[in-house]
Write a protein that binds this ligand. Structure first.
Ligand code: HEM
Length: 193
């Protein structure tokens, strides 16, 4: 099931915005630079999650070090592994693990962007412009594809759960949602440009 979902999602992205082999090489070439900052990035990431009541609440007692380790492992594998179908399926799986713990797309995507913020500051302040731009573009292509998988995967998991429980298939569900959307668009015409 993860294979199908992942293939479908990736097939929906135009080639011109997909991560390229040259991006992967660029990113993996910068791995030493990123690994040198990984402790700092990880601490900052979890300081935020553990410093905010709503996100802290998803963690179990004493879980921080395990979470830091899995985050670091994710960065390490991302910058060393081949980025292929198996890698993308793993991302869909990581999304699923978060859904299981009640972590929604908004916080996942925002925190992935926080990693980007930290990386932008480090790269721009320490790497010559000719190298900094391709590194950051490659990271953005990778991280936004991960986000796309997490978000679309979440929607698909919901669809499949609803279909499994109620028999309402994706086409019918899309129609029901479309009716709701039409009503909401009609009720919010003041925002139309
Ligand atoms: C940049 C975004 C994130 C990445 C790359 C990431 C990565 C990971 C990885 C690789 C795992 C281990 C999965 C496994 O056991 O196979 C994990 C687990 C987990 N993450 Fe994240 N994570 C992110 C964001 C978040 C956020 C925002 C939260 C909380 C608000 C969170 C909470 C958790 C929890 C609670 C688990 C344990 C799941 C379980 O095994 O029960 N993560 N994460």
């Amino acid at each position: 099931m993860l294979t199908e979902i992942t293939q479908e999602i990736l097939a929906d992205l135009p080639d011109s915005v997909k991560l390229r082999q040259t991006d992967i090489e660029t990113l993996q070439g910068a791995r030493g630079f990123i690994f040198d900052r990984l402790d700092l990035i990880t601490t900052s990431f979890y300081d935020i999650l553990f410093g905010f009541e709503k996100t802290e609440a998803v963690f179990r007692e004493g879980e921080r070090s395990a979470r830091e380790a899995s985050f670091k492992h994710w960065v390490e594998l991302t910058l060393t592994k081949e980025i292929n179908q198996e890698y993308w399926e793993w991302q869909a799986y990581v999304g699923l693990i978060h859904v299981k713990r009640g972590i929604k797309n908004d916080i996942f995507v925002r925190m992935l962007n926080y990693v980007t913020e930290l990386l932008v500051a480090e790269v721009v302040n320490n790497v010559p412009k000719e190298q900094a731009v391709p590194i950051l573009i490659a990271w953005l292509r990778l991280s936004s594809t991960v986000s796309a998988l997490i978000v679309q995967g979440y929607e698909q998991f919901y669809h499949q759960a609803i279909e499994g429980m109620t028999g309402i298939d994706e086409t019918l569900l899309d129609r029901l949602v479309a009716v709701q959307i039409d009503d909401m668009v009609a009720a919010n015409q003041q925002y139309r440009m």
